[in-house]
Design a binder for this molecule. Structure first.
Ligand SMILES: C[S@@+](CC[C@H](N)C(=O)[O-])C[C@H]1O[C@@H](n2cnc3c(N)ncnc32)[C@H](O)[C@@H]1O
Ligand SMILES: Nc1nc2[nH]cc(C(=O)O)c2c(=O)[nH]1
Ligand code: SF4
Ligand SMILES: [Mg+2]
Length: 209
C-alpha cells in the first residue's frame, strides 16, 4: 500500500472495506431491526470459530474513503451497524462523526480488544478469551453477548458480567457449529440464571446476510 493511503487508513479517513449490505440485524437486543451493515477488514483476535475469517487480513480489502461509505449508507437506512473484522482496529472517530452529521443511529459490534474510538448509540460487546476488552469498553457496553462454544464459556460469561456496567443487557449466543449441543445448555442456564437472555443468529435461520 502507498504511504499516503496507509496514512489515511491510520487516521481513519479511509478504511479497508470488506462489504456493506442492507439487512435485518440478526443478533442481540436489536434483532429484527432493518440496518445497513458496514464490515471493515482487519482482525487479529483469532477466534478459531469466527464466521468471517475472510475479514482478518486487512490487506485483502480495498482502502475506501469514508465519504463514499457514508454516501452509500445514507441511501439505505438510518440505522448503521459497524462490524468486521474488528472495527476498533481502526480509528472510528472520523467515520462515526460523519455518520452522525447525517443523523444516523450508529451501532458497533466489537470484541472490545482495542482502544474505544468513535461515538456510538449502541455498543454490543462480545468479549474473547484470547484478547480481553479494555476497561473503557466494559463501561460503554449496552449489551454483552458471550458466545457459547463449550461449557467453560458459561464460566467466562459470568467473569465478564462481573466486569460490565450495571445497565448492560446480558446475552448468551450459541456458537453456530455447536448450536445443537449448546442451545439446550443455554436454555437451562437462562432459566436458572434469568439475568441472562438467549441470543440466536436469526439471520442464518432466515438465510439472509
Ligand atoms: C464476526 S464478529 C465481528 C465484530 C467483532 N470482531 C466481534 O467479534 O465482536 C460479529 C459477531 O459475530 C459473533 N460470532 C462470530 N462467529 C460466530 C460463530 N461462529 N457463532 C456465533 N457467533 C459468532 C461475534 O462474537 C460477534 O458478536
Ligand atoms: N444479519 C446479520 N446480523 C448480524 N449481527 C451481527 C453481525 C456481524 O457479523 O457483526 C451480523 C451479520 O453478519 N448479519
Ligand atoms: S474478534 Fe470477531 S472478527 Fe475477530 S476473530 Fe473473533 S469473532 Fe472473528
Ligand atoms: Mg455475522
Amino acid at each position: 500500500m502507498k504511504k499516503e493511503v496507509q496514512d489515511l487508513v491510520n487516521a481513519g479517513v479511509m478504511l479497508p472495506l470488506m462489504e456493506e449490505f442492507y439487512t435485518i440485524q440478526g443478533e442481540g437486543f436489536h434483532k429484527g431491526t432493518a440496518a445497513y451493515f458496514i464490515r471493515v477488514g482487519g482482525c487479529d483476535v483469532g477466534c478459531h470459530w469466527c464466521d468471517v475469517k475472510e475479514s482478518w487480513n486487512a490487506d485483502l480489502h480495498p482502502p475506501t474513503a469514508i465519504e463514499s461509505i457514508v454516501e452509500n449508507a445514507a441511501k439505505y437506512s438510518k440505522t448503521i451497524v459497524i462490524t468486521g473484522g474488528e472495527p476498533l482496529t481502526w480509528n472510528m472517530d472520523p467515520l462515526t462523526e460523519m455518520l452522525k452529521s447525517q443523523g444516523m443511529q450508529i451501532h458497533i459490534e466489537t470484541s472490545g480488544a482495542y482502544k474505544l474510538t468513535g461515538t456510538w448509540d449502541w455498543v454490543c460487546l462480545s468479549p474473547k478469551k484470547m484478547k480481553l476488552p479494555t476497561k473503557e469498553v466494559y463501561k460503554a457496553a449496552n449489551e454483552l453477548k458471550v458466545i457459547i462454544f463449550n461449557k467453560d464459556d458459561f464460566r467466562f460469561a459470568e467473569e465478564q458480567a462481573a466486569k460490565i456496567n450495571e445497565n448492560c443487557i446480558l446475552y448468551l449466543q450459541p456458537e453456530w457449529s455447536k448450536r445443537d449441543k449448546m442451545v439446550p445448555l443455554i436454555v437451562d442456564y437462562v432459566m436458572q440464571n434469568p439475568q441472562w437472555k438467549v441470543s440466536l443468529q436469526t439471520h442464518k435461520y432466515l438465510n439472509i446476510p
